[in-house]
Every structure is written in structure tokens, then in C-alpha cells.
Design a protein around this ligand. Structure first.
Ligand code: NAD
Length: 332
């Protein structure tokens, strides 16, 4: 099948080309992000392949359908950026990669926690400047600390398993608790109790209208003083202004983000010779107890391999009707 691949980076091409040796699709790679301005590039393609910051709203979907596109193959698990109602109305099938490596994101979450706790980002710079003072680098034992996990799906469960190895007390909130977590000793509680009891809170639930700004001013107020908050899920789960207030009042003692609600204009690009115009993001960068990574939780060799394989098998399944198509339907 002829597919236009948007937002392609060198590493995407490397993994897709390798996986496509078997799948044999006609892939055309575009570096451009999918937007109303670039959507006409899809002219003459049967399908498009998109990533998390590609624009898949009504305006773009209308153009894609007009140009003859029938399949939107997401190379992500999340699909909050797709207007599914419009896609269904236009007869566009949407497929995703439901799981590629829960380990990648869970391990990155742990990396943020450990780096923030032991101030690795500050220690790294200090030592390079010949400053071996330990002032300001005091951390705490993970052992015995209470960690609240919001969302115990695939990633949240792996994360719980990693933390159980540290001897942490594990709390979780999820409308659908799972037995794997219970067996690990996870105690399911209501969200308010999780906020009140946790030393570290980590978000692993999807973004949908009900979870938008799940962490807002009121929920920050409920948290323990000096709490560590981690979001490797989706930026929109957190009201950034509320979190900045929490950092300023020292209610929030550390913040680790791999996602940001306005990341579309920033992440995945080298903007090092430009001025950052997003004042809220720029403010976040000024705190010594904040670490931000640019949506790299998924970025391991295993995950990229699995993403390419599953995306191409989705395309094959759509084309031939054979194999599994990981479809996302409007009423999911
Ligand atoms: P999953 O579907 O396996 O699990 C999500 C869990 O969240 C489910 O158990 C669900 O019941 C629960 N949930 C739903 N609504 C909730 C709510 N209001 N409160 C608490 N829990 C709720 O998904 P997953 O594979 O574990 O991925 C989790 C999230 O991680 C994804 O939605 C995606 O946004 C994010 N993600 C980030 C990266 C990255 O690179 N940083 C990569 C992949 C996925």
C-alpha cells in the first residue's frame, strides 16, 4: 500500500525501512509535520502514517479524505490528537500501536524520579566545573517511600513492578484495578487519598476530556508538602500554571515532565538557536528542581522496532483483511 509517513526523523526511517523489507509497502517519508498547510502532500496516497504531534483535526481529516486517503496509521499508542468522530463520518479508518514497550516509558519515569531525587542534573554540572560540594544535593531513600500511580494499565503496571523492587509502598488510582498490581502489593485508593498520602505521584492514565487537567490547583492543594510529581503520559493531564504555583510555594518539591500541554510547537525539533516564546515553558526551565525531557519516554531500540513492525502489520491488515488491525473506533 502507498503510505505517506509524516514527521519522519532519521531514526523513524531507519526502523521503518528495516521492517518494510518484509512488509513491502510503498512508503514515502516526509519530514514535515501534518498540518493544514502540509496535508496536500497526502494527495494520491491510500494511507498516511502519523505521530503524536501531527494534526488530525476536522480541517486536516477533510483534506485527507478528499485526497483519497483511507487509512490513518498512528505510530503511537495515544490517539487523543485524532478527531475520531470526524474520521468515522469521513470513512477514514484509524489504527494505532496499542503496546510497543511499556518498559521504555516505565523505565524513563524511574530515571526522572531518581535523577530528581539525587539531583543528578545538578551534580553532573557541578563536577564538570570542579565543584564537589554536596550542599543542595540531599536526597531520600526510595525504600519505604509512598508512590501513587495514577493509571495502572500496561505502563503503570510495569512501573509498579520496578518500584516494588525498591521497597516502596504503592498506592494506585484506576477505575479498573488489575490483579497483577494487587499481587505486587499495590493498594487501590480514591484519587484524593492518593494525592494526600503519596511522596511521589506519577501519571500513567490516558488523556481524554475527563482527565484533562486532572492535576489542577485543587489537586495540588491536596498533595503532601514537598511532593514529587511526574508526568510521562500526556501534557494535558496537568494544568501547568497550577503546577508552577505549587513549585513557587514549595508545595511541589520536584517536578519531572516528559510531556507538556503545548509541546507541539517545541518537542522533537532542534530549537537551540531560537528564542522560546512560550513563557510558561520558559518559567518551568528556571526551577532547579524541575527536569523536562522532550517526549522521549518511548525512545528505545525495542520500542522503535515494535512500533515499525506493528504499524506496518496494521497497514497490511487494512489492505488485505488478514492479520490484526489495531483499529481505534469512535465509541472506544
Ligand atoms: P493503558 O491503556 O494500558 O492504561 C491506561 C490506564 O489508565 C488503564 O488501566 C485505565 O483504566 C486507566 N485510566 C483511565 N482513566 C483513568 C483515570 N481517570 N484515572 C486513573 N486511571 C485511569 O495505557 P498505557 O500503554 O499504560 O499508556 C498510558 C499512557 O502513557 C498513554 O495514555 C499515553 O498517553 C502515555 N504514553 C507516553 C509515552 C511517552 O513517550 N512519554 C509513550 C507511550 C504512552
Amino acid at each position: 500500500m502507498r503510505v505517506a509517513v509524516f514527521s519522519t526523523k532519521k531514526y523513524d526511517r531507519q526502523f521503518f525501512d528495516r521492517a518494510n523489507e518484509q512488509a513491502g509497502h510503498d512508503l514515502v517519508f516526509f519530514e514535515a509535520r501534518l498540518t493544514p498547510e502540509t496535508s496536500s502532500l497526502a494527495d494520491g496516497f491510500d494511507g498516511i502514517c502519523a505521530f503524536v504531534n501531527d494534526q488530525l483535526d476536522e480541517e486536516v481529516l477533510e483534506v485527507l479524505a478528499e485526497r483519497g486517503v483511507k487509512l490513518i496509521a498512528l505510530r503511537s499508542a495515544g490517539f487523543n490528537h485524532v478527531d475520531l468522530k470526524t474520521a468515522t463520518r469521513l470513512g477514514l479508518k484509524v489504527a494505532r500501536v496499542p503496546a510497543y514497550s511499556p518498559f521504555a516509558v516505565a523505565e524513563h519515569t524511574l530515571a526522572l524520579i531518581l535523577a530528581l531525587n539525587r539531583k543528578i542534573h545538578r551534580a553532573y554540572n557541578r563536577v564538570r566545573e570542579g565543584n564537589f560540594s554536596l550542599d543542595g544535593l540531599l536526597g531520600f531513600d526510595m525504600h519505604g517511600r509512598t508512590v501513587g500511580i495514577v493509571g495502572t494499565g500496561k505502563i503503570g503496571t510495569v512501573f509498579a513492578r520496578l518500584l516494588s523492587g525498591f521497597g516502596c509502598e504503592l498506592l494506585a488510582y484506576d477505575p479498573y484495578p488489575n490483579d497483577d498490581c494487587r499481587e505486587l502489593g499495590v493498594e487501590y485508593v480514591e484519587m484524593k487519598e492518593l494525592l494526600r498520602r503519596s511522596d511521589i505521584i506519577s501519571l500513567h492514565c490516558p488523556l481524554h476530556p475527563e482527565t484533562h487537567h486532572l492535576i489542577d490547583e485543587a489537586s495540588v492543594e491536596e498533595m503532601k508538602d514537598g511532593v514529587m510529581l511526574i508526568n510521562t503520559s500526556r501534557g494535558g493531564l496537568v494544568d501547568t500554571a497550577a503546577v508552577i504555583s505549587g513549585l513557587k510555594s514549595e508545595k511541589i518539591g520536584a517536578l519531572g515532565l516528559d510531556v507538556y500541554e503545548e509541546e507541539t510547537e517545541l518537542f522533537f525539533e532542534d530549537l537551540s538557536d531560537r528564542v522560546i516564546r512560550d513563557d510558561i515553558f520558559a518559567r518551568l526551565l528556571t526551577f532547579p528542581n524541575v527536569i523536562i525531557t522532550g517526549h522521549q519516554g518511548f525512545f528505545t531500540q525495542e520500542a522503535l522496532h515494535n512500533i515499525a513492525q506493528t504499524t506496518l502489520s496494521n497497514i497490511t491488515a487494512f489492505e488485505t483483511g488478514e492479520g490484526t488491525l489495531h483499529a481505534v473506533d469512535y465509541d472506544v
